[in-house]
Design a protein around this ligand. Structure first.
Ligand code: C2O
Ligand code: CU
Ligand code: CU
Length: 487
């Protein structure tokens, strides 16, 4: 197969190195990478930046001659890249033209629980939902996707997802490439299974959920990206439901890791690999020489478990993802600034609450998601430390709505660079204790919860999720949610 040939020819494949497992069929990088349209919305008379999203069904030809029924926002598959500036007030009109109810969740966004788009903000077919909030957090790469309880995997796999860029309000001194679609490129990576008729299939393989044998980037199968500048910033999003990727280049080149889920790192971190479990993002800056054609691929991720188990958890395959094609002449790019951001460390001594989250089987703390149960009550304007542990030899992750957190330590050790910045989702290696710290601010609502959950979508759908409310005074908070709110 083409991938085998490519591996053999690429010079870097020493004799001891196994060939790329050709689980992706013919990958010959013959399709130009689609770049979702950038949507900055429009400024309404009241100064609010307004966006429109229409969720609808469509048809997509991922491979020539095979048409697939898909769902998308403002198109047949995926959605536009929304962009707002930190400090903006935004409003989104989400129009559901699907035949089924859905939601749109703003993953990583700090906002009121009612605007969060979780399982309590269902949008019935034919209805429009119009959340609004003020963007008040670090510039970063967020994303949006449906969150209907029990159906998130299906809705995301059908194509409902998009990026949401938060741009800096101050003049950007990071030196990072920022021309969208030119040297600043979204890379939404999703694996997928297609049935013989071309239909998206959710046939579950292994423990984590649906693992696809085809890789799509921004909905493009077998993609290449033309690069015209010396440096290119890739905003990597693992938009898959179950697969974890360990991104690296076929020639083992190093690149700069410059950002994680919730913001830029303090300084560029030179590395040859970055691992992302479902829902996580990383921004990397890759330097190219004229004419080069490095291939971004995923090697078997390190899931922290024996190989036999890793296989069931999506950890065995090596997949080609995206070929970069540097032009013969490259426009100069500045080098990233030595200091990208200031990340004030949250003082563990300021924490007023410590909670444990044990993930065991498909439950958290021995419970499954119940729509009317308040699992945790958080007091606003406090700092909390959450101790997260995955108790079994299976892959799980932990995601918290409303906040960006810091990883205090991993089994007592300082977090590695990829966990040292702002995060909203982390992979949790079996048996390892992750202590995360966060501050809950601004928004309270005793009637509407935020979620925390495993972001392997089949696990989330199976109930590996809990609810917390943020209130003024925890002592008088309810432990049930009013029935009226949620039908
Ligand atoms: Cu990306 Cu609760 O979700
Ligand atoms: Cu989220
Ligand atoms: Cu899980």
């Amino acid at each position: 197969a083409a991938a085998l040939v490519a591996a053999a020819l690429s010079g870097c494949s020493g004799a001891q190195e196994a060939p790329v497992v050709d689980t992706v069929g013919q990958v010959d990088f013959d399709n130009r990478l689609a770049v979702p349209p950038l949507d900055r919305g429009t400024l309404a008379p009241d100064g609010v930046r307004e966006f429109d999203l229409v969720a609808d069904e469509g048809t997509t030809e991922f491979r020539p001659g095979i048409s697939t029924r898909t769902w998308g926002f403002d198109g047949s598959y995926l959605g536009p890249t929304l962009a707002a500036t930190v400090g903006d007030r935004v409003r989104v009109r989400v129009d559901n033209q699907l035949a089924t109810a859905t939601t749109v969740h703003w993953h990583g966004m700090h906002l009121p629980a009612e605007m969060d788009g979780g399982p309590h903000q269902m949008i019935e077919p034919g209805r429009t939902w119009t959340p609004s909030w003020r963007v008040d957090q670090e510039p970063t790469t967020l994303w949006y996707h449906p969150h209907p309880h029990g159906e998130t995997e299906e809705h995301v796999e059908m194509g409902l997802a998009g990026m949401f860029l938060l741009e800096p309000a101050e003049p950007d001194r990071s030196g990072l490439p920022h021309e969208y679609g030119v040297d600043d490129v979204p890379v939404v990576v999703q694996d997928k299974n297609f049935g013989p008729d071309g239909a998206i299939s959710l046939d579950t393989r292994g423990f984590v959920g649906s693992l696809g044998d085809q890789v799509l980037v921004n909905g493009t199968h077998s993609p290449y990206l033309d690069v015209t500048t010396e440096r290119v910033r890739l905003r990597l999003l693992n938009g898959s439901s179950a697969r974890t990727y360990r991104f690296t280049f076929d020639d083992r080149r190093t690149f700069d890791l410059v950002g994680t889920d919730g913001g830029l790192l303090e300084a560029p971190h030179p590395t040859a690999q970055v691992q992302l479990s479902p829902g996580e993002r990383a921004e990397i800056v890759v330097r190219l020489q004229p004419g080069e054609r490095p291939v971004l691929r995923s090697e078997a991720p390190d899931l922290g478990m024996p190989a036999v188990l890793a296989e069931m958890n999506g950890g065995a395959d090596r997949l080609d993802v995206l070929q970069l094609r540097a032009a013969d002449r490259l426009a100069p790019s500045p080098r990233p600034a030595r200091q990208l951001a200031d990340i004030p460390r949250i003082d563990p001594g300021s924490a007023s609450q410590r909670r444990r989250f044990d993930m065991d089987g498909l439950q958290i703390n021995g419970r499954s998601m119940q729509m009317h149960t308040v699992d945790e009550v958080v007091e606003v304007d406090t700092v909390e430390i959450w101790e997260v542990r995955n108790q079994m030899q299976f892959a799980h992750s932990f995601h918290v709505h409303d906040v960006q957190f810091q990883v205090l330590d991993v089994d007592g050790q300082a977090p590695p660079p990829e966990l040292a910045g702002w995060k909203d989702t982390i992979y949790t290696r079996p048996g390892v204790l992750y202590r995360i710290i966060m501050r809950f601010e601004d928004y309270t609502d005793p009637d509407t919860p935020y979620m925390y959950h495993c972001h392997f979508l089949a696990h989330e759908d199976a109930g590996m999720m809990g609810q917390f409310i943020v209130v003024e005074d925890a002592s008088s908070a309810p432990d049930r949610l009013p029935e009226s709110e949620h039908g």
